[in-house]
Ligand binder design. Structure first.
Ligand code: ZN
Length: 337
């Protein structure tokens, strides 16, 4: 068996999203289970709970105390200025979320590819919740793998730039690729293509900042940057496969179809086979009726199945821009663009 999915029934009742979209987030996970539970060639693995010590790999003691205290509050409230919710008992859910990553690392000894449908909280900072993310589960997983001496590439695909992950590993010898929607002010506001890393991480940070509204043809061009993963030759590829870039998403910013997410999974599968590297992947963002289907298409791509179940979208002008950006970044630091 080569593909495992970390699954726990409790996932269907966990969301840190804004109250307006919490039900959509939960519905997405329920539908994902319905779509995937009978998919052949997948083993479902139950996650262990993380400990407070695991959270300390990324987060400050004061911040972890704040999360614990908020979890005891009998009401729903915000951890930040109005995006990320806390609710009674949330701390245990946080330990389940982070435990999923730790279980994935453990099981990567037995499976080449692992998918965590509820995970990929890439906005959280060491002392701050942000963008529906109370903790940075990918950051914690990456720290554990770094301590084991693994060589790591992070491929962060989501409608939103992974500011928290970029911040945590900007000066580390980790390849970091972000593909997302950007206009200079779109949430979280970071992700300019000139942010290329510092110190040991210099030249290893790639921001494929696509114009808002970019379509499948732009995304296909953006994926050319994955050649950098092959060059870097990691032992682990960590993939955030956020699906909030689908054209029907409620936080609409990109114009992608399910086909893009299938190709992402398919390309990652091909690269990991060539390199004999392990893959740990995450569901990331997604707030619409198509979110669960996009997740299934990513998983099927990861299994080596290439398929198109929608008509591709196109925007020739935006694609020209993305093509040029990928070419310039591939060659080095773009001096003018
Ligand atoms: Zn997002």
């Amino acid at each position: 068996m080569s593909l495992a999915i970390i699954w726990d029934e409790r996932f269907t009742n966990i969301s840190f999203s804004h109250p307006m979209i919490r039900d959509i987030s939960k519905e997405r996970i329920k539908r994902f289970w319905e779509l995937l539970k009978d998919e052949p060639g997948i083993v479902f693995v139950k996650p262990d709970l993380a400990t407070r010590k695991d959270l300390e790999l990324v987060h400050t003691t004061d911040y972890i105390n704040k999360l614990e205290k908020a979890s005891e509050d009998p009401y729903i409230g915000f951890l930040d200025s109005g995006d990320t919710t806390h609710y009674p008992g949330m701390f245990n859910d946080i330990l389940l979320i982070v435990g999923s990553s730790i279980t994935a690392i453990k099981y990567s000894n037995f499976f080449d590819k692992i998918y965590i449908p509820l995970g990929g909280f890439h906005h959280a900072l060491p002392n701050q919740a942000m963008g529906f993310c109370p903790v940075n589960d990918i950051g914690i997983a990456t720290k554990i793998l770094l301590e084991k001496g693994e060589r790591i590439a992070i491929v962060d695909v989501d409608a939103h730039h992974g500011n928290g992950l970029q911040y945590l590993f900007y000066n580390k010898s980790i390849l970091k690729i972000n593909i997302f929607a950007y206009d200079g002010k779109f949430f979280p506001g970071t992700g300019h293509y000139s942010e290329r890393g510092l110190g040991e991480g210099k030249g290893l940070n790639y921001n494929i900042a696509m114009p808002l509204g970019s379509a499948d043809d732009s995304f296909y061009e953006a994926l050319r940057i994955l050649d950098k993963v092959s060059e870097f030759n990691p032992t682990y590829i960590i993939v955030l496969a956020g699906v909030d870039g689908h054209k029907e998403d409620n936080l609409k910013s990109l114009n992608l179809t399910t086909n893009s997410f299938n190709l992402l999974g398919y390309r990652i599968n091909r690269i990991s086979k060539e390199l004999h590297s392990k893959v740990i992947s995450y569901g990331g963002g997604g707030y619409g009726n198509y979110s669960a289907l996009c997740m299934r298409e990513f998983v099927r791509g990861l299994k080596g199945i290439r398929e198109k179940i929608e008509k591709d979208t196109e925007d020739i002008e935006k694609t020209k821009y993305v093509k040029r950006l990928v070419s310039l970044l591939s060659e080095g630091f773009p001096s003018s663009f």
